[in-house]
Design a protein around this ligand. Structure first.
Ligand SMILES: NCCCNCCCCCC(=O)CS
Ligand SMILES: [Zn+2]
Length: 548
């Protein structure tokens, strides 16, 4: 005991001065991964996943995005003295170098590549890589914002190179702008980068003009970079869902990616010290679900930020449980997007309408009174001077409300535990006419789940689908929040099989997945119909179907 006393007494002053000279990051801490992993184990979700071994990214992997000189410089950090390390760190913004971070950064990037391999080879349908350090801020020759190598950007280039992937969608729901990803692909039409981020008219870190909605990409990449700036804190579930329904999903369907990568940062959840947003952890179940219908379900989520050690594990579990196919919980208190979110939404749509046909036709007005619905009323888009005037108004209002905001945030944020999401062992019932052969792998049981919703007619092409389903049916369905969904299809509905398949997939995000499909099927030689088999296949295989 005496020995330890002396050791501590002697070493304390040294440690203190080290901390003084070499700051330690207070929020990007190891506990982020341990609490997330523990939550996955405690909830039983880890047991339902396979764990993929990590590997170090090779030089060749890293050089897909970063320059030789940057890689060579980072390679030297394990051998640097503390002074050299501090010197090295000072040349970058908001990043912390440690003798072991080069190894960790290679593991983080390597983990993302292992996940891409597992998904692209069909070993798994989708997955999530829980990694540190994050990646989306790091640039070709610079570290930034806790990031050393750009894990997701490397994953996108790797998927194109190794698997001939033609189109990659990167969705960055982290609360910070992944400028590193934007710079990497801004002239590349094969990678569509979508990011929303706290911006506050360029007042929030990293305070870049190019994080605003009018950075749409360059040259051949024009239109393939979508920035949604949040000019206020406190964004909620409705704001996130509105942007998905009215911007991301229509464009994503038109882009039709072969692979979806998610910069899955959870600092956009409630309680996070960086984001100061108010979206509840269960919203990530809906965001994940809505993306899972793209690219044949091939989705790789890679952890970026997320610093509240309560909402981070909850958000990770909501995401993983949805990746496993469990129905999303009923979304909490959808009361329509706020004025500031609507403003951003309209600015983004007007900046991109020239690039995407799904945005051309849908015109919306920025309603003077705060819109209290996920739906947007159609009319002319605001011209830029209207937007500027409104931004000024917003700023004046904001300065007035700033104090209120600070008082509110001063109190510790609290939110309810995400609701339990129980999925019955056998998930889907299939009602078949007596003389139709029951597809093999089904079994006759007589329990039932029934549902209610009217299906729109005739949206067979993408823009029709985008308008009718993504811009109307989905937001309406979320807002209406039915406990039952009924999908009816008659042979003359004009819905092609792939649209029908997407429709049934998307609408499972509503009513906790309680869905009944009524199909008047055309006869085929072998009985049954292509649509039925398609549906069976799409809905996670035959083994979960109950046949009446
Ligand atoms: N220099 C004034 C304070 C700046 N804070 C920067 C925080 C960087 C956060 C990066 C991150 O969360 C990755 S997802
Ligand atoms: Zn972040």
């Amino acid at each position: 005991n005496n020995f330890y006393h002396n050791v501590f007494a002697f070493s304390a002053p040294i440690l203190l001065c080290l901390y003084y000279f070499f700051p330690v990051c207070k929020i990007e801490v190891p506990e982020r991964l341990t609490v997330s992993h523990e939550a996955l184990i405690k909830t039983g979700l880890a047991d339902r996943c396979i764990s993929v071994p990590v590997r170090e990214a090779t030089d060749a992997d890293i050089l897909l995005v970063h320059s030789e000189e940057y890689l060579e410089a980072v390679k030297k950090t394990p051998y640097m003295t503390l002074e050299d390390l501090q010197e090295f760190t000072l040349q970058y913004g908001d990043v912390y170098f440690h003798p072991n971070i080069y190894h960790c950064a290679k593991l983080a990037a390597g983990a993302a590549l292992q996940l891409v391999d597992s998904v692209m080879t069909g070993k798994v349908r989708n997955g999530m890589a829980l990694v540190r350090p994050p990646g989306h801020h790091s640039m070709r020759s610079a570290a930034s914002g806790f990031c050393v190598f750009n894990n997701v950007a490397i994953a996108a280039q790797y998927a194109k190179q190794q698997y001939g992937v033609k189109r990659v969608l990167i969705v960055d729901w982290d609360v910070h702008h992944g400028q590193g990803v934007q710079y990497c692909f801004e002239d590349d039409p094969s990678v569509l980068y979508f990011s929303w981020h706290r911006y506050e008219h360029q007042k929030f870190w990293p305070q870049l003009k190019e994080s605003d909605y009018n950075s749409v990409g360059k040259e051949k990449g024009a239109g393939f970079n979508i920035n949604v700036p949040w000019n206020k804190v406190g964004m909620k579930n409705s704001d996130y869902l509105s942007v998905f329904c009215h911007i991301l999903l229509p464009v994503a369907y038109e882009f039709s990616p072969d692979l979806v990568l998610v910069c899955a940062g959870f600092d956009s959840a409630i309680g996070d010290p960086e984001g100061e947003m108010c979206a509840s952890p269960d919203i990530f179940a809906h965001l994940t679900h809505l993306l899972m219908n793209l690219a044949g379900g091939k989705l790789c989520a890679v952890l970026e930020g997320g610093y509240n050690l309560t909402s981070l594990p909850q958000s990770v579990c909501q995401t993983v449980q949805t990746l496993l196919g469990d129905p999303a919980p009923r979304p909490a208190n959808l009361d329509g997007p706020c004025e500031s979110a609507l403003e951003s939404l309209h600015c983004v749509r007007s900046a991109h309408r020239q690039y995407w046909s799904c945005l051309k036709h849908m015109t919306f007005i920025f309603t003077a009174s705060s819109n209290n619905s996920l739906l947007l009323s159609p009319a002319e888009l605001p011209t830029s001077d209207v937007t500027t005037k409104r931004i000024k108004l917003a700023e004046e209002e904001e300065d007035k409300l700033k104090k209120v905001e600070e008082e509110k945030n001063a109190e510790e944020e609290v939110w309810p535990e995400p609701p339990k999401r129980v999925a019955p062992a056998v998930r889907t019932a299939l009602v078949l006419p007596n003389d139709v052969a029951c597809p093999d792998g089904c079994k006759h049981v007589n329990t039932s789940q029934v549902c209610l919703l009217v299906l729109l007619q005739g949206c067979s092409d993408v823009s029709g689908f985008a308008q009718a389903v993504l811009g109307l049916l989905l937001p309406l369905g979320y807002e209406y929040d039915p406990s039952l969904v009924l999908l009816a299809r008659t042979p003359d509905s004009g819905l092609c099989d792939s649209v029908w398949q997407q429709l049934t997939g998307l609408l499972q995000g509503i009513a906790q997945g309680h869905t009944l499909v009524l199909m008047q099927v055309r006869r085929r030689r072998r009985g049954g119909s292509i649509s039925v088999y398609l549906l069976l296949h799409f809905w996670g295989g035959l083994d979960r179907w109950q046949v009446f």
